[in-house]
Ligand binder design. Structure first.
Ligand SMILES: NC(=O)c1ccc[n+]([C@@H]2O[C@H](COP(=O)([O-])OP(=O)(O)OC[C@H]3O[C@@H](n4cnc5c(N)ncnc54)[C@H](OP(=O)(O)O)[C@@H]3O)[C@@H](O)[C@H]2O)c1
Length: 211
């Protein structure tokens, strides 16, 4: 990852809901790449065995309760549960995620669905592939209408710890903020990136969404 990507992640706290194949890979990748120290990576899951293994391997902080984890107000929250349980997670945590930068990796769950469920969050959708587990993956990133260029750049930096990460067309839905604006948190209690590279602030042309 580049120095710019390192800068975007520096000081961030990343919380991951779901410590399965993908959630575990993201947690390990963030620490093993040197992007974040383990104490800035929070992971929750139902399964204590998965959490114990991750804590041992990567030194991340683990939680058996997602509510307890989100009470720490992490700046970035990655939803790494199966698509069929995502609706329940979104419903449970819609209020908790107000003002957060939320990343969904759920296959088949659209940005429109995510943004309708999380009206107060800045949402970015990512589609990684399995080789992220050995940090040789390829991830496609699309920002929702509520996400700014700095949000997309930050998520791209996060997935660059796991291989190549490319951001593509933005959501075609009506933007709630201008696409080139650096979005500020709606709640001062959430920590969000304050830096954006010049490239992230540039006015990018809008193209049709691919998702
Ligand atoms: N695997 C891939 O190659 C791949 C590629 C691209 C995208 N994705 C997406 O990545 C997401 C995760 O996939 P995965 O393969 O990592 O699934 P997984 O291995 O089943 O991991 C999901 C984990 O989340 C836990 N979980 C379920 N509900 C939870 C809750 N409310 N709070 C905390 N943890 C909870 C599960 O525990 P239990 O098992 O006890 O329910 C499980 O440990 C999916 O949405 C999938 O579409 C996966």
């Amino acid at each position: 990852m580049s120095d710019t990507e390192k800068d975007l992640l520096e000081g961030q706290t990343v919380a991951i809901i779901g410590a399965g194949s993908m959630g575990g890979s993201i947690a390990r990748g963030l620490v093993e790449s040197g992007a974040l120290p383990g104490e800035q990576v929070l992971v929750c899951d139902h399964n204590p065995g998965k959490l114990a293994a991750l804590a041992q391997q990567a030194g991340v902080r683990t939680f058996s309760s997602s509510a307890e984890m989100l009470a720490e107000k992490p700046g970035i929250v990655v939803l790494a549960v199966k698509p069929q349980v995502l609706a329940a997670v979104l419903e449970q945590h819609a209020a908790d995620l107000d003002g957060a930068l939320v990343v969904s990796i759920a296959a088949g769950v659209t940005l429109a669905t995510l943004e309708a469920a999380l009206p107060g969050a800045r949402v970015v959708r990512v589609m990684p592939n399995l080789p992220v587990s050995v940090r040789s993956g390829a991830s496609a990133i699309t920002g929702g209408a509520s996400a700014g260029e700095a949000d997309v750049a930050t998520v791209q930096a996060l997935f660059a710890t796991l291989g190549s990460a490319r951001s593509g067309a933005r959501s075609s839905s009506t933007p709630r903020v201008r696409s080139w604006a650096v979005r500020r948190p709606t709640s001062p209690s959430w920590s969000t990136p304050s830096r954006a590279p010049a490239s992230a602030r540039a006015c990018a042309p809008r193209t049709p969404a691919r998702w």
